[in-house]
Design a protein around this ligand. Structure first.
Ligand SMILES: NC(=O)c1ccc[n+]([C@@H]2O[C@H](COP(=O)([O-])OP(=O)(O)OC[C@H]3O[C@@H](n4cnc5c(N)ncnc54)[C@H](OP(=O)(O)O)[C@@H]3O)[C@@H](O)[C@H]2O)c1
Length: 297
């Protein structure tokens, strides 16, 4: 039995989907959420959709019964709360007899990180390694996907604003992270390792803007902005204040080179290379250029 925490989230839905696509019997999957009504589509397929709340140890113990491998996708709660959530999950997993933990962490899980979420990931990685269960840590790079929502606005203004001076990023596509996590859950031999789930190459913000230009058919130039200006952009775009502060700190980490390492670990786990920025953006944005062109025409 494979269990997936945060199975209703953008990443979790992808992990469960890839497990099913890889031939896992739905009855051998436990999709875990605080609100099982959200995952009716999985329940209809025969997946065991179980209630599980990271803040409620009893619900976790119940949810983890018969689970052998558990994919732990952390929440986006404030860092201190996340630490307790992860401690609860590990304790409940140990009590339920879970044999293997697959933890989704981030590339910036390092003691000198500029990111304000790094202390959580450092804790989560250490606690997982010390848990007594088999473990595998999958550190994600920064997702490319959020950029897609901004593409019409970026194409309209012709600017890609980030608070970055010189950092490069091996951006990764969320679906590649999901299929790598699913493959890892199905490979019991991968344990006691820290793998980095990144795109195939680290690119500069200028190169990212060029890829966006090609993908949208509109000229978009990178514009370095200060943190305050970037905060305003995030808040005006509807990002919650905590997530906006996290984003700013992640781009501080970008400038320090913390997301610049590109690996082939997605290919190693899945047999298929990770998608690059130009490939993904062109694919997803191919009709945005028509939309923006016809709007502005
Ligand atoms: N690498 C990157 O660039 C990047 C970008 C964004 C996010 N992330 C990370 O990726 C992970 C998943 O993000 P996402 O965007 O997929 O999340 P999301 O779509 O916002 O979903 C959040 C998930 O957290 C679950 N959750 C929240 N509080 C919970 C609780 N108390 N107990 C149990 N589950 C709880 C929710 O489940 P229910 O509400 O159904 O219970 C939901 O499944 C997070 O660790 C996030 O930090 C990485």
């Amino acid at each position: 039995m494979i269990g997936v925490m945060s199975a209703s989230g953008q990443l979790g839905v992808g992990v469960v989907g890839h497990l099913l696509r890889n031939g896992v019997a739905p009855t051998g999957l436990a999709a875990l959420t605080r609100d099982p009504a959200k995952l009716g589509h999985f329940a209809d397929l025969g997946v065991q959709v179980r209630p599980a709340d990271y803040t409620d140890c009893a619900s976790l113990s119940q949810a983890f019964r018969d689970v052998d491998s558990l994919v732990l996708i952390p929440t986006k709660s404030p860092v201190v709360r996340r630490i307790q959530e992860h401690a609860n999950a590990l304790e409940a997993a140990r009590q339920a007899g879970v044999r293997r933990i697959i933890l989704l962490s981030i590339s910036a899980a390092r003691p000198d990180s500029r990111s304000i979420v790094a202390p959580f990931y450092l804790y989560a990685e250490s606690a997982t390694r010390l848990s007594g269960m088999d473990w595998l840590i999958l550190r994600m790079g920064l997702y490319l996907d959020p950029l897609v929502d901004w593409a019409p606005e970026l194409a309209a203004t012709g600017q890609l604003p980030y608070p970055v001076e010189r950092g490069r990023v091996a951006y990764v596509v969320r679906d590649d992270v999901a299929r790598a996590a699913a493959a890892a859950a199905l490979s019991p031999g991968t344990r006691g390792e820290v793998l980095e789930l990144t795109g195939p190459a680290a690119i500069s913000m200028t190169e990212l803007a060029a890829d966006l230009s090609t993908a949208t058919g509109r000229e978009i130039r990178f514009q370095a902005v200060g943190e305050e200006a970037f905060l305003n952009i995030c808040l005006q775009g509807g990002e919650p204040p905590l997530i906006s502060q996290i984003l700013i700190s992640l781009y501080r980490a970008v400038d320090a080179g913390e997301f610049a390492r590109a690996t082939d670990h997605i290919e190693r786990l899945t047999g298929t290379p990770a998608r690059g920025a130009l490939d993904y953006l062109t694919d997803v944005l191919s009709n945005i250029s028509h939309t923006t062109r016809s709007t502005s025409a």
